[in-house]
Design a protein around this ligand. Structure first.
Ligand code: ATP
Ligand SMILES: Cc1cn([C@H]2C[C@H](O)[C@@H](COP(=O)(O)O)O2)c(=O)[nH]c1=O
Length: 208
């Protein structure tokens, strides 16, 4: 994207294992940013466009080959980046996305064991020049996430996975955070909602 830092918007992503609490806090981050005078676009993956939402329904409910699953995630992402994320950033809006490519590395890579080089190739193909400016990784132990999920909804294909799957997903998220040079900020999501909000405010301080 050939645009100066002053006029472009920013891209913030929310990540974590299912039930970690990320969706709960997107509204709060939206209010912080709007309070600081930013225009905010809130979106999600898989999904975020009419076609992406159809792909989401398929990939969250149908059994399929692991590589088909990864390709659908990136097909949805291609549409999302082209139609929503890049145009919004270009007009100066701040985009908040409930998941992005870190989720493919964590779930299809860590969780299902897909070769990382294949995911890197898809990432280069689909968004060679775009990375989140900041990623908020909501981290909780598996038992906390599971208890929160079963109390709140009917489970989809991923949410029905076993503990060892989520242990690998969480491990890959934390590995990427450690290697991210500060792009991925780990938020301790075992804390109360008020304490998590305070941690989010601190993480966003330099951006407001
Ligand atoms: N800090 C917290 N303390 C207690 N409960 C919480 C906390 N954060 C979220 N919850 C509750 O946990 C449940 C799951 O939260 P949420 O839907 O935000 O998770 P999520 O990470 O977005 O999950 P998914 O990725 O599956 O959509 C909700 O019922 C929510 O109210
Ligand atoms: C983007 C993306 C998502 N997933 C998985 C992770 C979650 O289990 C679901 C999305 O559900 P949510 O309640 O909206 O978080 O999809 C994935 O496996 N790979 C991806 O790239």
């Amino acid at each position: 994207m050939n645009q100066t830092d002053a006029t472009r918007g920013r891209f913030i992503t929310f990540e974590g294992i299912d039930g970690a609490g990320k969706s709960t806090h997107i509204g709060y981050v939206t209010s912080l940013l709007k309070g600081a005078g930013k225009r905010v676009v809130s979106t999600r993956e898989p999904g975020g466009t009419p076609l992406g939402e159809k792909l989401r329904d398929l990939v969250l409910h149908e059994k399929m080959h692991l590589e088909t699953e990864a390709l659908i995630m990136f097909a949805s992402r291609r549409e999302h980046v082209a139609q929503v994320v890049e145009p919004a950033i270009a007009r100066g809006d701040w985009v908040l996305s409930d998941r992005f490519t870190d989720a493919s590395f964590a779930y299809q890579g860590g969780g299902r064991g897909l070769d990382r080089a294949k995911l890197e190739a898809l990432e280069q193909w689909v968004h060679p020049h775009l990375q989140p400016d900041l990623t908020l990784l909501f981290d909780v132990p598996l038992d906390v996430a599971k208890a929160r999920l079963s109390a709140s909804r009917t489970l989809d294909k991923f949410e029905m996975e076993q503990a060892d799957f989520f242990a690998r997903v969480r491990g890959e998220y934390l590995r990427r955070a450690a290697a991210s040079n500060g792009r991925i900020v780990v938020i301790d999501s075992t804390k109360t909602i008020a304490e998590v909000r305070a941690a989010l405010q601190a993480a966003l301080e330099t951006w407001l």
